[in-house]
Design a protein around this ligand. Structure first.
Ligand SMILES: Nc1nc2c(c(=O)[nH]1)N[C@H]1C(S)=C(S)[C@@H](COP(=O)(O)OP(=O)(O)OC[C@H]3O[C@@H](n4cnc5c(=O)[nH]c(N)nc54)[C@H](O)[C@@H]3O)O[C@H]1N2
Ligand SMILES: Nc1nc2c(c(=O)[nH]1)N[C@H]1C(S)=C(S)[C@@H](COP(=O)(O)OP(=O)(O)OC[C@H]3O[C@@H](n4cnc5c(=O)[nH]c(N)nc54)[C@H](O)[C@@H]3O)O[C@H]1N2
Ligand code: SF4
Ligand SMILES: [Mo]
Length: 758
């Protein structure tokens, strides 16, 4: 792909949102959708009788404002609800060779997909086919595989609970647990760490806890861009007296100051200063920082016994305190300072804030999960919180902030290659077919399987697997080796251009659109990052007459495949589920823990909250019923001299692999994405200059030269020794095998690189 360098760059912004936020939300909305459609959609967004924002997983407050959306939510709606469609002529004009030269930005701009298309083996282009033909091809090819494990069923986190439930049912009725998902590349490390330590892999807080916290520590997360309405919750928390600490290599605008566009002060004034303390940490330094803070907490307790730790809580509910205390007694402060790039005084200040605060929330996202040591790092968050009983009481807790709007719900519904036996038992009891028990493939495993020829067919419910996963060249080659790829999607992306020998695109309704089935208009349900489940109802007419919902596509695909294979269709009544989603929800109620009486509960005004032992009653569903303080060996990333540690980040104008515009307003980048952000002193030390063009080479033991060409160097106030470039372009730099311990999440935030001038 040709580099896309911006012509000039400006200094980063010191504050987020305000008037420009509104303008950036509304102008493109009205331009893209027209005033009537814009008003209808934006005002019903995140409201009880409207649709759930399809962008991020940030929760809704109980008391909603008339406009309950942010700039980036508006962009997501505008992108989906465009009246522009990909017509039949497009497929004639654009063979795959041509599509492969196009950028993600261009592909996404072509409009909504409205008819199924098929690329035959040996052909160089897609041609429109009827739905019946599409399902017949799908049924024939999947039924023809030698073994169900030769297929993988990928999911991106936008699918509704109903679509996710029927999709995992389809995969398991077909006979495989190969259910990789975007979560494997996202919060998998969180699930692994929390599951092991507290028994539940989800946030231990509710929305209201933010307003009750004394201290909120935001680690490895950029809420101003990725969860913008979180800034409103943070502003409210500050009004209630909370202090905020941001731990980040970048001084992200949204962490510094917020001008709430819904208040007078936000529109006209200076807004609210958010972070009281900013710790500009080196990439991958968080585990060392957390250990150093816990060590200080333990030292304070030793100096004044009985005054610092929540001993009653520790005795009643946890294990491992003695081991942790002994381990941290040997912590090497010098190693901590090297790993974090911070001073002892800065760490002292955070520790003092922590000890002074009665109620502490720690939030985190990709800055923590996409590291080799991600899982132990998140376990150190749990250690720190447990020491003072900051789990399972108001205003306190562990708060991973999920990415995709329903990524958490998809997991709850069974989208996971390693669902626990209890879930599989319940599925088997409900539907009466033998459910496969062996763990399936995760995302990296699926790509490896395709490369090795073991995975011959890929079905994707949304997403852009080849665009999102690491090692682009290897992943594209692996995809190309499969017999069939099937993409169920709203819009084009790289995964429609890089395909198997045969390929299908099955276009689907988006969340903004009314979903009508034989029994009438349907609602779907979603779960946000704090386990709140609620309904979502489309508001506008579908962009094309022939579009099917995700549920309809999945249930019809299941029928086509199961009918076509030996042994017959099996016991599941797929047609009943397509006709009326209440039927799906009745199954969910009987299979998914915490979803009893689901149809009634999701129709309540606020929906309902899934039960959560640690949050609700300090009940920890671990094997011994206790929360575990854990001992984790410090092993900071080593970056050789003359090299930088590079992270891959999102711009303010993208949603994952969807590029809305080629700008990044808060970081001062305009009209291009081929940049590498480097500290000014490092720019000088490397003999480069701001604005220079470089090739970025990553360095791994496998000796393969992976290179991101033609990036513009931007002198930027990041932590020393660190750099940043945009995902997905920078995925070319990360080998497929570079994954986090335990969770196998690609290590996208600590890539050793060398910059070579061109
Ligand atoms: N507009 C928009 N919204 C989105 C998305 C989007 O692409 N666009 N994506 C959605 C998805 S799927 C997700 S997962 C979330 C992602 O939300 P984020 O996790 O906020 O996304 P990233 O851009 O990956 O930003 C990571 C942040 O962590 C910091 N960081 C990186 N490495 C480290 C580290 O080692 N230590 C610390 N302390 N900080 C570090 C980076 O500087 C950056 O601020 O957002 C969701 N929401
Ligand atoms: N280097 C690097 N790589 C990363 C990351 C990183 O920080 N750095 N982040 C990782 C993370 S956190 C994630 S979550 C993954 C994201 O991986 P994915 O979830 O696979 O990718 P997306 O770009 O979110 O997928 C967007 C596509 O979904 C389809 N789509 C949109 N809406 C709908 C819908 O309503 N229904 C259906 N069926 N399809 C729809 C559209 O075709 C759109 O192009 O990427 C990961 N990759
Ligand atoms: S914060 Fe997230 S869920 Fe809320 S409107 Fe913005 S993008 Fe949508
Ligand atoms: Mo994500």
């Amino acid at each position: 792909m040709t580099p896309d360098r911006p012509k000039e760059t400006k200094p980063p912004k010191q504050w987020a949102a305000g008037v420009p936020g509104i303008v950036h939300a509304l102008v493109p909305a009205v331009r893209g959708m027209g005033p009537a459609r814009s008003a209808k959609l934006l005002l019903s967004m995140n409201h009880q009788d409207g649709f759930d924002c399809m962008s991020c997983a940030w929760p809704d407050p109980d008391r909603r404002k008339p406009a309950e959306f942010c700039e980036n939510g508006a962009k997501a709606v505008t992108w989906e609800a465009t009246p522009l469609v990909v017509d039949a002529q497009f497929w004639a004009d654009h063979p795959l060779d041509d599509l492969r030269t196009r950028s993600e930005h261009w592909l996404g701009q072509q409009g909504r997909l409205v008819e199924p298309v098929h690329k035959a083996a040996g052909s160089d282009r897609y041609v429109p086919v009827s739905w019946d033909e599409a399902f017949a091809i799908l049924g024939d090819r999947l039924a023809g595989l030698e073994h169900p494990d030769q297929a993988a069923f990928y999911t991106s986190g936008r699918a509704s609970n109903e679509a996710a439930f029927v999709y995992q049912l389809f995969a398991r009725a077909f006979g495989t647990n190969n259910l990789p998902d975007c979560s494997n590349m996202c919060h998998e490390s969180t699930g692994a760490a929390l599951g092991e330590t507290i028994g539940v892999g989800k946030a231990t807080i509710t929305y209201d806890d933010f307003a009750q916290a004394d201290l909120i520590v935001i680690m490895g997360q950029n809420p101003g861009t990725n969860h913008p309405r979180m800034l409103t919750a943070l502003e409210e928390a500050k009004e209630h007296g909370a202090s905020i600490v941001a731990v980040n290599p970048l001084p992200e605008a949204g962490l510094m100051r917020y001008k709430n566009p819904q208040t007078v002060r936000g529109l006209a004034g200076r807004g609210t200063q958010l972070a009281d303390q900013f710790l500009q940490i080196r990439l991958g330094g968080d585990m060392a920082l957390l250990q150093a803070v816990s060590r200080r907490v333990l030292d304070a307790e030793a100096a004044a016994p009985g005054t610092v730790l929540d001993q009653a809580f520790l005795d009643a509910h946890t294990s491992g305190l003695a081991e942790l205390t002994a381990h941290l007694a040997d912590l090497d402060e010098e190693a901590v300072l090297t790993a974090t790039g911070l001073t002892s005084a800065e760490i002292d200040e955070l520790a003092q804030r922590y000890v002074r605060a009665e109620r502490v929330i720690v939030t985190w996202a990709m800055g923590l999960t996409q590291h080799t040591k991600a899982v132990p790092t998140i376990k150190e968050i749990v250690n720190l919180l447990l020491l003072r009983g900051n789990i399972g009481r108001p205003g306190a807790g562990a708060s991973p902030i999920r990415g995709h709007s329903n990524v958490q719900g998809d997991r709850t519904m069974g989208i996971w290659e390693q669902m626990p036996p209890e879930f599989l038992d319940a599925l088997e009891a409900e539907f009466g077919f033998p459910v496969p028990r062996e763990h399936g493939l995760d995302t990296v495993g699926t790509v490896e399987g395709m490369a090795a020829g073991r995975v011959r067919a890929l079905v994707a419910l949304g997403g852009n697997l080849v665009g999102a996963v690491s090692d682009t060249a290897a992943a594209e080659e692996a995809l190309g080796r499969t017999d069939l790829t099937v993409q169920i999607s709203t819009k084009l992306n790289r995964s429609h251009a890089v395909v198997g020998k045969e390929a299908l695109i099955l276009p689907t309704l988006g969340r903004t659109e009314v979903d009508r089935q034989a029994s009438g208009e349907q609602l779907v349900t979603v779960e946000d990052t704090v386990c709140a489940v609620h309904a979502s109802r489309g508001k506008v007419e579908p962009v094309g007459p022939g579009l099917l919902s995700e549920v309809a596509i999945v249930t019809r695909a299941a029928r086509a495949v199961l009918d076509a294979r030996e042994g017959g269709p099996g016991p599941v009544d797929w047609a009943a589920m397509e006709r009326d989603y209440d039927v799906i929800r009745e199954h969910i109620a009987r299979v998914v823990p915490g979803c009893e009486d689901y149809n009634a509960k999701v129709r309540r005004t606020q929906g309902f909250r899934l039960p959560h032992g640690p949050r609700d009653s300090r009940t920890f569903p671990t094997p011994d019923g206790r929360a575990h303080l854990t001992v984790n060996e410090l092993a900071p990333v080593v970056c050789p001299p003359g090299r930088l540690l590079l992270q891959t980040i999102r711009s303010h104008d993208q949603f994952n692999t969807t590029i809305y515009r080629r700008d990044d307003r808060y970081r001062g980048i305009k009209g291009g994405r081929s940049v590498v952000l480097v500290h000014p002193d490092d720019v000088a030390e490397l003999g480069l200059a701001d604005g220079a063009t470089v090739d970025v080479h990553s360095e791994y033991a496998d000796g393969v030269d992976r290179v991101l060409r033609g990036q513009r160097v931007v002198a930027y106030p990041t932590a020393r020794g660190c750099a940043a470039a945009y995902f997905p372009e920078a995925n070319v730099l990360v080998p497929l095998g570079a994954t986090a311990e335990t969770s196998r999440t690609p290590v996208s935030k600590a890539v050793v690189v060398r910059l070579e001038p061109v």
